[in-house]
Write a protein that binds this ligand. Sequence first.
Ligand code: BT5
Length: 264
Amino acid sequence: MKDVNQNPLNKKIINSFLRIKDFSKVKILIFEEIDSTNRYLSDLISDKNTLYVCTAEKQNKGKGRGNKKWESPTGQNIYLSLSFQLEKNSQLNGFSLMVGLAIRDTLSELYDIDSKIKWPNDIFFDHKKFCGVLIETKYENNLLKIVIGIGINVFMHSNDQIDQDWTSLKLIDGEKSFDRNLIIGKLTSKIIDYSRTYEKYGFSHFQKPFNQNNYLKNKILTSENFKGKDCKVKEVDEEGRLKVEIDKEEKLISSGELSFKIKE
Ligand code: BT5
């Protein structure tokens, strides 16, 4: 199923869609094949005022959280990492949630796709995952370097290696022509824009729009963390923590603390 607009990744075209003011330089790196775009940018010694945009047609060792794998076949999807320096004391709790919202908003603006964000780092459409976010940080020259990794399934139509329900933009809407270069350019601009707001106001600025698109809201979860008791999801709070109710008591959970299953 080759899309008419299944163009190769292209530096010039990506650059033409970037709207970025506040870096002195933007460096776009495109690979035919790489182990992991996140690994590449984490190891790269970076310049303080440069935004790095790294993307590849294929990843051999695409990573998810922990030891999980991110399926990254050739030419079908977006594998994108962005890296830049942040103020050392930046609050990172809600950062991946803000990135999720930037992805959701970009796809809604470009293609009218109404996706939901599954706290803390997945994007879902119709109960299926089509995008994951992996944020990694590192101290470099006394500054905090952030690496934002994003995988978005675009043209992928079959893959029996993925052990959960998944979809892709083309499976969501077979009539539309999707353009990876356009998505990468627009999404990068949106993430930088939202990051600046995040640095000023924190997650609280994004709390309301996040909750309007919060996939887990009102769902019942079960988790070993709660000794198998049911837990009902309320909302995320102003720091991006998940507010849940267990035995009529409210608890706040930070991302990374919870492994859960959705019961209903
Ligand atoms: C994630 O991890 O969802 C973060 C994925 C980040 C991938 C990007 S690609 C560019 C950059 N470079 C990298 O090396 N990584 C980043 P997690 O929440 O742990 O989810 C992993 C789980 O998602 C797997 O165990 C599978 O169940 C499922 N999965 C794997 N590949 C998938 C795919 N292509 N589409 C949908 N689900 C997938």
